[in-house]
Design a protein. Sequence first.
Length: 492
Amino acid sequence: MSYHRVGKNARKWDRKSVLADEIWMMPRKKQDVLRAIICCPAPYASSMSSLGMWTLFRLIHDHPCFSPERVVSNWPRQSLDGQHRPSKGALFAFSINWEMGFPEMVRILRENGIPLKTQDRRDSDPIVVAGGIAVTMNPYPLLPFCDLIVLGDGEEVVGLIMDRLQDCIGQQRERIWSRLDGVPGTLLAASSSGNNLVNRTENLEEYPTGPGALSPRAELGMSFLLEMSRGCDRGCYFCGVSHWKRPARHRSLQTLRASLPSSLSRDVSVGLIGASAGDHPELKKILHWLHSMGCKLCLPSLRPDQIDGEIAVVLAECGLRSVSLGVEAGSDDMRRRIGKHLTNDIIFHASELLTRSGIKNIKVYLLYGLPGESMEDLDRAVQLLTEIRRIQHSIQGDKAGKLTLSANPFVPKNGTPFSEEKLLPVQDWIERRKRLQKAMAQRGIGFGGESPRWARLQAIFSKGGQELADVFVQMAQGVPGMRALKAMGWKV
Ligand code: SF4
């Protein structure tokens, strides 16, 4: 069982045709070097659209002594690139961006017959390393399964880890651990030693961005992803990215130009990635540059206060049919209470600019179950969506595009001002979700978002410690998460 949703068609994919569809941007590496298996851990479609995975791939690819090979959840027992067994790799490196990746990583280790707990591994087993934003926010649940955990950004530390590993792979594990001891911003599981540093790549300009390969089967389709920004300085109280990846850093237009291959075919779009992409000081120049190149665009969610008339027009000119707005709550007051300084008037103005410029569809992201949230707060969210829908109809008439609400339960993250906030019972989440869903259906507004039970697992994994290890082992054996937690005495 995989903990990611795999699309209906993805279940029928066969490896051979999936690989035949890939278009590579990077030279393939010779095989007579040490093999580093890398994994998201997620199905193929999400892995291919994960810049975290590609950053790790590139860093390993650039090291003279290691060659990266991808493993995805669909085919966990054989690498995509060399068709090797992951258990025979020198290194097994996981890049984990959300908490459901924790049990998935354990499942993939189990599928490969690699002893799950670090202390049970033999010298011939791969060195298991994990990193990524979910691990950085809470490394402890995975500590029993990893030789090393990397906190924060990888650019300045992955090379150092490989330098230390290159001449001791295959030696006694204790010797390898002593070589890894003291790498900045890491936790060494064997000795529970580590430092409280979180690695931060100060200058993104020094590192190229982009995927190693494109595939029409990627979640974001044939998109060349460019990381234009990392981190965010806005400091919304619930946001882990903001609190763990501060300060925001940006890649300049010049670096982005250099990262984009000149020979991209017309059917490839460019995806601009970054939590604070809309705060990029050169955003307008970048959008005009992409437009002048005739590039189609795909974008993450934008803050409504980042949208002005010029941006709305150039987004439409770049062929964007849909824009996602991070709104989070239904009223100015509720937004103030969660540190998101944004008013309804700004949201309506942005919706109007986008719709007038020709953007057909709008998606609104909202959190529910926020600290102190009442049912009236949810009703205000419904009013907000109703007004955006009215704006779409008033401008586009009968040809109005879609409005969709993506409503997700609030999950507290370590290190944020809301880290210690109490969660509502799951049943409460379910009722709030139903209330929103029903109201949207009555107004012809689309509805989606994380299921409450799924989000509850994430909430527990994002705050728990090493006591979760046995839950992950159960889940890796196919036991549903809620049942595994209850069996271990957890109140969910
Ligand atoms: S929610 Fe968005 S705007 Fe707020 S801190 Fe996070 S990334 Fe920044």
